[in-house]
Write a protein that binds this ligand. Structure first.
Ligand code: GDP
Length: 145
């Protein structure tokens, strides 16, 4: 039994800068991940630190935050059956060097840090991450369909 889920995508600053937004969004749509909300935002440092708080003790935390505030990002809510896992599969492994052929990170990632995209890693985290960026007003309601 599959479940209709929603997950958060962030197209990271390196991919936005390189003009890859359209190509990455197309990968989602080609893989049955419907874009139900999307916008470009430039993260503040406090916001980026809050978003990645789970990593705050890691040695790469400061570098990751510096990278995530280095330019605008495109945040989207993706919806589909098993969207959380499906999106992670379409993105590929965290390290582009280890990601499978045909994945976003393999094709567009530049390093383990500048890996082009973020995707929620669980349904619970997806709900929290979506609420970081989108209000209820910006999200289409299941009930209205
Ligand atoms: P994800 O869920 O696949 O994004 O991976 P993680 O939650 O483990 O890491 C979050 C983000 O931190 C990754 O997407 C990378 O941008 C960055 N990152 C992870 N591991 C490393 C690392 O070893 N070095 C650096 N510089 N960045 C890392």
């Amino acid at each position: 039994m599959t479940m209709l889920e929603r997950t958060l995508s962030i197209i990271k600053p390196n991919a936005v800068e390189r003009g890859l937004v359209g190509k990455i969004l197309a990968r989602f749509e080609d893989n049955h991940l419907k874009i139900v909300a999307t916008k470009m935002v430039w993260l503040s440092r406090p916001k980026a630190m809050e978003f990645y708080a789970v990593h705050k003790e890691r040695p790469f935390f400061k570098s990751l935050v510096d990278f995530m505030v280095s330019g605008p990002v495109v945040v989207s809510v993706l919806e589909g059956e098993d969207a959380v896992k499906r999106h992670r599969d379409v993105m590929g492994a965290t390290d582009p060097g280890k990601a499978a052929p045909g994945t976003i990170r393999k094709d567009f990632g530049e390093s383990i840090e500048k890996n082009a995209s973020h995707g929620s890693d669980s349904l619970d985290n997806a709900k929290v991450e979506i609420s970081h960026f989108f209000s209820g007003l910006e999200l289409q309601d299941y009930a209205r369909r």
